[in-house]
Ligand binder design. Structure first.
Ligand code: MSP
Length: 496
C-alpha cells in the first residue's frame, strides 16, 4: 500500500496576548484533520506556531516595558500550555523570531529580487496595526479598518514593492486548473472576482519598524511582517534541502481564518511562483466564532479563555462542541448554554449512555460474547471518509453520531435486559463491536474520550482499517461516566 503524506498548518498566531477561543477553534480543527489522517495511516506533519514580528507585537512589548524578544518569549509558553491542555498533537511549533526562519526568509527575498520582482517606490496609504494590514483610501470604511473597524494610521514612506500584478494571469490559470485550491467553494468567488479586477503591487518593507526581519537588499528597511510570516510554512520544513521539505511540501491544507484568506490564496501563491516553489494544494478559510454576531477577540473585550472552558466542561466536550456547532467555513455564535445542551443531549445521552448501558449488561453476562453482525450496516465509513477529505468535520460528526443513535435504537428494540444466553451474547457482540468502532471514529475529535472507551472495553486503540465488525476479545470493566449531564438553566446563553 502506498503511504500518503498529509501536511496541515494553522495560521501562526500573533503573540501580543495569550490565546483565546478563536485561536483554539482553528487549532483544534487542524488537530482533528491531522489525527484523522494518522488514523488512515498517512504520514502526517502538523505545523502550528507564533508570528512574532511587527508593529503590533512591538507596541505590546513597549506597553509592558519589555524588549520585543523578552516579551514574545514570555507569551509563547502560554500558547504551548494551552495547546497541551487541549490535546493538540502538533509535530512542529515554529517561531518566526527563530534565526533559522529569518535566514530562510532572507534567502527567498534575494531569490525574488533576482527574478526582478522587487522594486523601490514610495508607499502612501493607511495601516491597521492590530491586523498588520495596509489599506487604500477607497478601502476604508468610515475612515476605519474595513476588516476590524478599528483606527488606522497614515503611512507615508519609502518602501520596496513586490510585483503582485505580474502574477494575475498565472493565479487565474492556477485557480482554474486547481479547482479545490480555494475552499470552501462559497468563499472562492470573492477571491476570484478581486483577482479578476486586477492586482496592485504590494508594499513589502517598512522603514519605521525595528522588530522585524532585516530586508536583505537595503539596511534601512525591514520586511513587512506578513511576508516574513507566510514563509513559516516552508522554513519549518527546512527549505530548501531539508528532508521534511522534500517529504511534505506542498502543504495539503492551510487552515486560515476568512479575514486572512487573501494573504494565503493570492499573495502566498504569487510569492511562491516568483520563488520557483510549488504552491500549496488547498487553502481552507474558516469562519469566525462570534458572540452576539461580533467576532470574538481581545480588542473587542469578549475574548474567552479556552483552557478555562475545557477545565469547566472537559477538553473533549469543548473540542466536540466547536466542530459540531457550526460548519467549518461558516460564522457561528458561541454560547456556553449551547455547549451544555450538546454535552447533555449528544455526548451524555447518546454516546455516554450507549457505553454505560452496554458495559453494565456485558459485566453481568457470563456467557460467550459472539454473534452475527447486525449493526454493521449502520456505519457509513465511506461517507465519513469523503466528508473528512472535503474538510467537513461538522457533517462527518453527524454521520458518526447517527451510527451511535442507531446503536441506541438497537438496544431499545432488542430489549437485551429481557434476553439471556446466545441471544444476549449476540446483542452484546453488536454493541461492543459498535462501540469499539465508534471509539476509533471519534478519536480525532475526542482523543481522551476514545481512550476512556477503550479502557472500559478492554481493547487497544485501533486505526481506520479496524473499523469493521470482526472477532474481538473484550475485558469490560465499568468506569466513570464519560460525560455528566449539567444544568443549563442558569446559563443565559452568553459566555459566563
Ligand atoms: N499572524 C497572522 C496569521 C499569519 S499566518 C502566516 C494572524 N494572527 S491572529 O492571531 O490574528 O489570528 C490567527 C487566526 O486566528 C486567524 O486565522 C483568525 O481568523 C483566527 N481567529 C481569531 N479570532 C477568531 C474568531 N473569533 N473565530 C475564529 N477564528 C478567529 O492573523
Amino acid at each position: 500500500m502506498v503511504e500518503l503524506k498529509f501536511y496541515v498548518t494553522t495560521p501562526i498566531y500573533y503573540v501580543n496576548d495569550k490565546p483565546h477561543i478563536g485561536h483554539a477553534y482553528c487549532t483544534i480543527a487542524a488537530d482533528v484533520l491531522a489525527r484523522w489522517h494518522r488514523l488512515k495511516g498517512d504520514d502526517v506533519f502538523f505545523l502550528t506556531g507564533t508570528d512574532e514580528h511587527g508593529e503590533k507585537v512591538e507596541q505590546a512589548a513597549n506597553s509592558v516595558k519589555k524588549t520585543p524578544k523578552e516579551f514574545v518569549d514570555s507569551i509563547v509558553g502560554k500558547y504551548k500550555e494551552v495547546w497541551k491542555e487541549l490535546n493538540i498533537s502538533y509535530d512542529c511549533f515554529i517561531r518566526t523570531s527563530d534565526p533559522v526562519h529569518e535566514n530562510v526568509v532572507s534567502q527567498i527575498i534575494e531569490k525574488i529580487a533576482k527574478k526582478g520582482d522587487i522594486y523601490k517606490g514610495f508607499y502612501e496609504g493607511w495601516y491597521c496595526v492590530p491586523d498588520e494590514t495596509f489599506w487604500t483610501d477607497l478601502q476604508l470604511r468610515n475612515g476605519k479598518c474595513p476588516e476590524c473597524g478599528r483606527e488606522v494610521k497614515k503611512v507615508k514612506e519609502e518602501s520596496y514593492f513586490f510585483k503582485l500584478s505580474k502574477y494575475q494571469d498565472r493565479l487565474l490559470d492556477f485557480y482554474k486548473s486547481n479547482p479545490d485550491f480555494l475552499s470552501p467553494k462559497f468563499r472562492s468567488k470573492e477571491i476570484l472576482n478581486r483577482v479578476k479586477e486586477g492586482l496592485k503591487d504590494i508594499s513589502i518593507t517598512r522603514t519605521t519598524i525595528k522588530w522585524a526581519v532585516p530586508f536583505p537588499l537595503d539596511k534601512n528597511h525591514t520586511l513587512y511582517v506578513w511576508i516574513d510570516a507566510l514563509f513559516n510554512y516552508i522554513s519549518a520544513l527546512g527549505w530548501p534541502n531539508g528532508d521534511n521539505f522534500k517529504r511534505f511540501w506542498p502543504a495539503d491544507v492551510h487552515l486560515v481564518g476568512k479575514e486572512i484568506n487573501w494573504f494565503h490564496s493570492v499573495i502566498w501563491p504569487a510569492l511562491l511562483f516568483s520563488s520557483g516553489i510549488e504552491p500549496p494544494r488547498k487553502v481552507f478559510a474558516t469562519g469566525w466564532l462570534t458572540v452576539d454576531g461580533k467576532k470574538i477577540g481581545k480588542s473587542l473585550g469578549n475574548a474567552i479563555d479556552p483552557a478555562a472552558l475545557s477545565r469547566k466542561y472537559s477538553i473533549d466536550a469543548l473540542r466536540y462542541f466547536l466542530l459540531k456547532e457550526l460548519p467549518l467555513g461558516d460564522d457561528g455564535d458561541f454560547s456556553e448554554k449551547a455547549l451544555v445542551t450538546r454535552l447533555n443531549n449528544e455526548l451524555a445521552a447518546e454516546l455516554g449512555n450507549l457505553l454505560n448501558r452496554t458495559i453494565i449488561l456485558a459485566e453481568r453476562f457470563d456467557g460467550r460474547i459472539e454473534g452475527k453482525a447486525e449493526l454493521d450496516k449502520a456505519i457509513n465509513l465511506q461517507k465519513i471518509g469523503t466528508l473528512m477529505d472535503k474538510i467537513d468535520p461538522f457533517n462527518a460528526l453527524s454521520v458518526i453520531f447517527s451510527f451511535i443513535k442507531a446503536a441506541n435504537k438497537y438496544v431499545n428494540d432488542k430489549e437485551p435486559w429481557k434476553l439471556n444466553g446466545r441471544e444476549l451474547g449476540n446483542v452484546l457482540y453488536n454493541l461492543l463491536e459498535s462501540l469499539r468502532i465508534v471509539s476509533i471514529l471519534i478519536s480525532p475529535f475526542m482523543p481522551g474520550t476514545s481512550e476512556k472507551i477503550n479502557l472500559q472495553l478492554g481493547v487497544k486503540a485501533g486505526s481506520l482499517k479496524d473499523c469493521v465488525f470482526g472477532k474481538h476479545e473484550y475485558k469490560v470493566k465499568k468506569g466513570e461516566y464519560l460525560f455528566k449531564k449539567l444544568d443549563a438553566s442558569s446559563l443565559d446563553g452568553a459566555v459566563g
